[in-house]
Design a protein around this ligand. Structure first.
Ligand code: NIG
Ligand code: FE
Length: 482
């Protein structure tokens, strides 16, 4: 068991987990000042205010202190125990923490200690207690990055220079660069090497505080290479502590050999790729780049229908380059999310309001490409939920830094800090179908959290846009080496 004590502020903490937060509710963030958090095995067991720390835990923590440094972990960050009664009162500790959002109901620590773990999970109450002191620090649930393409080969910094010199994303794509460039590289790269390159990115985003990530195929563009990508995603899921979901994106770009024969390529996606991917159980979701110059609404309908037959729900690229009809077709097929959404007007908002589809914004792509930003304020003002993700990929957003995505949300999308935190945690989890496991600090959810350095409050995270403010990453209840 791991006890994190003296937490200055435990952020996004819930007694009753919500699926998502929408509209006005997005500007409220539940928290507990001067808190403790108990992790049992790989799960969150309980939490509360320091002044209510159960006697049992105080005693265990103090017994651990007398045992010496055996609890010390990576980086020497684990303290060897806490003194009884050394916790400052809530008012002392929380004085400088602004009271925004609403306070979560405080569990009665004694009563709740030891509860909340679903049967059959890894928790073991006979484990020795390790103690981490988080004085002056905040604890957040890990980021849920619901849209990435982080399995890719090589990089595309040469196109980046073309962009600096004035070529647009679409012009580069038309010349056979862009996605087709990455596809060529990926096709030449053996599976093990692709895994090695992608693992480096996974390790990078773990250090940056991500605890759940969705990864897409889409740089294979042949049946064999799409399967190769999806196998790499599966291997990352089996070998790393991240929660990973995968999406099959065969319709990401039209391969050069199908030029002028788009429908024939869609035939291959529908008749060959989807059945193989589904039969091998390689994908959780299905994606299409439904936009001007890429795939049409009709193509998207065919692909979503094929995916739905195998239980693959849509998570689609829509309205990045134009009012493409992508949002509406996503909604019609009950997509889990529609992503990008730079071109979102009243019709699109109405369609989303009548749906369970999560609008997902990827401000890193608009930032990197110097393009239009989606109308986040209008969407939230209309009562919609909004998730934000990194879109980590070599062409339009070569970064998986979700803290920077929060900053872009504030600076470019005019969202307030509480809204961006909701967008990258609870709503991100919902946009990738892991809201029961991740996205908030709740009893029985996976212990995927990060502890910040000493910072004034949660607003400081998106504000200090270039600083590394993460001190300790915990995934599956285990401290990760940074
Ligand atoms: O989400 N828009 C389509 N796909 C990616 C870009 C992929 C690439 O350029 O390699 C995106 O931005
Ligand atoms: Fe994308």
């Amino acid at each position: 068991m791991l006890l994190v004590k003296n937490i200055k502020k435990l952020v996004q903490v819930e007694d009753e987990p919500r699926r998502k937060v929408s509209g006005k509710e997005m500007s409220s963030l539940p928290f507990i000042d001067n808190a403790w958090l108990l992790i049992n095995g790989n799960l969150i067991e309980d939490f509360g205010r320091m002044e209510d720390l159960p006697v049992r835990l105080r005693e265990l923590a103090s017994a651990e202190r007398h045992k010496g440094p055996s609890g010390t972990e990576a980086g020497g960050k684990v303290s060897s125990g806490g003194k009884r009664g050394d916790a400052p009162s809530a008012t002392e500790q929380g004085r400088d923490a602004p009271e925004i959002g609403r306070s979560a109901d405080i569990p009665s620590g004694e009563k709740n200690a030891g509860s909340g773990r679903p049967a059959g999970e890894k928790g073991n109450t006979t484990d020795p207690l390790r103690v981490l002191d988080a004085s002056g620090k905040l604890v957040f649930p890990s980021f849920c990055d619901s849209h990435t393409h982080l399995v890719y080969a090589g990089s595309r910094e040469i196109e980046y220079i073309d962009k600096i010199r004035g070529l647009s994303y679409e012009e580069i794509a038309k010349r056979g660069g862009g996605i087709l460039n990455s596809a060529k590289l990926l096709q030449q790269t053996p599976e093990d090497e692709l895994y090695r390159q992608s693992l480096e990115r996974v390790e990078e985003i773990i250090k940056l505080g991500t605890g759940a990530v969705e990864i897409k195929s889409g740089y294979g563009l042949t049946t064999a290479d799409e399967i190769k990508m999806l196998r790499v995603i599966r291997r990352l899921r089996d070998t790393t502590p991240l929660i990973i979901r995968s999406s099959f994106l065969g319709a990401h770009a039209l391969p050069a050999e199908y030029k002028g024969r788009r429908e024939e390529y869609v035939d291959v996606v529908v008749n060959e790729m989807v059945p193989m991917v589904a039969e091998e159980g390689l994908a959780d979701y299905i994606d299409v780049f439904c936009d001007r110059g890429f795939f049409s609404v009709q193509d998207t309908e065919r692909i979503l229908e094929a995916g739905n037959k195998y239980g693959l729900r849509g998570k689609i690229h829509a309205n990045e380059l134009d009012y493409s009809g992508g949002i509406q077709v996503g909604v019609r097929y009950n997509a889990l999310s529609v992503d990008h959404l730079e071109f979102t007007g009243q019709d699109e908002i109405e369609a989303l309001l009548a749906s369970d589809t999560m609008p997902t914004l990827l401000p890193g792509a608009a930032f990197f490409l110097g393009m239009e930003y989606p109308p986040a304020r209008k969407m939230i003002g209309s009562g919609l939920p909004v998730a934000m993700a990194s879109d980590y990929n070599p062409g339009s957003s070569p970064s998986g830094n979700m803290k920077f995505i929060m900053s872009l949300g504030c600076i470019k999308l005019k969202m307030v800090p509480e809204e961006v935190i909701n967008a990258v945690t609870i709503n991100g989890a919902c946009a990738m179908g892991v809201e029961g496991t991740a996205g908030s600090i709740a009893r029985g959810k996976r212990a995927n959290i990060y502890i910040t350095k000493s910072i004034p409050g949660h607003e400081f995270m998106p504000y200090a846009y270039g600083s590394d403010l993460i001190d300790t990453v915990i995934l599956n209840g285990e401290v990760q080496v940074r």
